[in-house]
Design a protein around this ligand. Structure first.
Ligand SMILES: [Zn+2]
Length: 291
């Protein structure tokens, strides 16, 4: 598929499907909420809407061109990993999906490990509630840096513009899903979480308890966390406080302050009282999904 055809399909079919999926999730989290909310929903829509609008500029002008540009370059020259593998096209698409997703798992862990990256990713984590609006609450700087990284990964994989754009739709759809505050039936989510990242699983990643934040980094497929032993499922959702401990005041998390946040000094992982949030030992096995 030509670059123009792939992009036009992404725009004309992919984006409306993604929009419909987001509306469906919005309705589900309205009628079946998973965690109780701290902030009024309209305030959240306005605030995260503003941050998302800024991020969308980076997504359209930097991230998508980086992904498509890298894939077009490698496809023309038949370079990168996939052209060297003697596999049918359908299997190559599957391998590309897995490698792109694994690249994003690694990228997410790097965002938590290196302070220069955390400065930007922190904006996403300072959200005091977790719902579908959080899925697009990213600082423009994070989108810009990730465009370089993700473009680089697409180049190394050596896939096609059609495949990177199709993966991007799954990536955005999965991000919307696992940030949503939708209370899925427990048994359904338990089964789903073995393959994909689910709202309860990602809710633990947004906890103010550090070891819980430093787990569950996967984006689409959940098995990368199992593979790297960063999976943690045993924390009940109603016991989770969402956010970053040193940034718990809604009044200071204004749009202007969020844009400035990466360029201010990083506060240590402590509550305003000076204590580090912790939780008594949970008896349930770490890989067993709690309600
Ligand atoms: Zn994170």
């Amino acid at each position: 598929m030509k670059k123009e055809d792939a992009f036009s399909l992404f725009q004309k079919v992919g984006m409306p499907v993604l929009g419909g999926w987001a509306l469906f999730l919005f309705w589900k989290e309205t009628t079946r909420a998973l965690r109780s909310r701290k902030q009024p929903r309209t305030d959240r829509l306005v605030m995260n809407g503003k941050v998302a609008a800024t991020a969308a500029v980076g997504l359209r002008l930097m991230l998508i061109p980086a992904l498509v540009g890298a894939a077009t370059y490698t496809q023309k020259r038949q370079i990168g990993l996939l052209p060297r593998l003697p596999l049918p096209q359908s299997l190559k698409t599957l391998v590309a999906f897995l490698l792109l997703d694994y690249g994003n798992y690694l990228w997410h862990t790097l965002n938590h490990r290196f302070s220069v990256l955390w400065r930007f990713h922190n904006v996403h984590h300072t959200d005091l509630d977790l719902d579908i609006t959080t899925a697009w609450r990213f600082h423009l700087g994070e989108v810009a840096i990730s465009a370089l990284y993700r473009g680089g990964v697409a180049g190394l994989v050596g896939t096609t513009p059609g495949t990177v754009l199709l993966y991007e739709l799954f990536y955005e759809g999965a991000t919307a899903f696992h940030h949503s505050n939708w209370q899925l039936p427990y048994q359904v989510e338990k089964a789903l979480s073995k393959v994909v990242v689910t709202p309860r699983m990602h809710g633990i990643h947004h906890s103010i308890v550090l070891r819980e934040t430093n787990s569950n980094y996967s984006v689409v497929f959940s098995f990368w966390d199992r593979l790297h032993q960063t999976l943690r499922l045993n924390v009940p959702q109603q016991e989770i406080t969402i956010g970053v401990p040193a940034y718990q005041e809604a009044e200071e998390l204004t749009y202007a302050n969020l844009l400035r946040l990466p360029f201010t000094s990083i506060r240590s992982w402590k509550l305003p009282s000076g204590e580090e949030p912790d939780r008594p030992h949970i008896k349930r096995p770490i890989f067993e999904l709690a309600r």
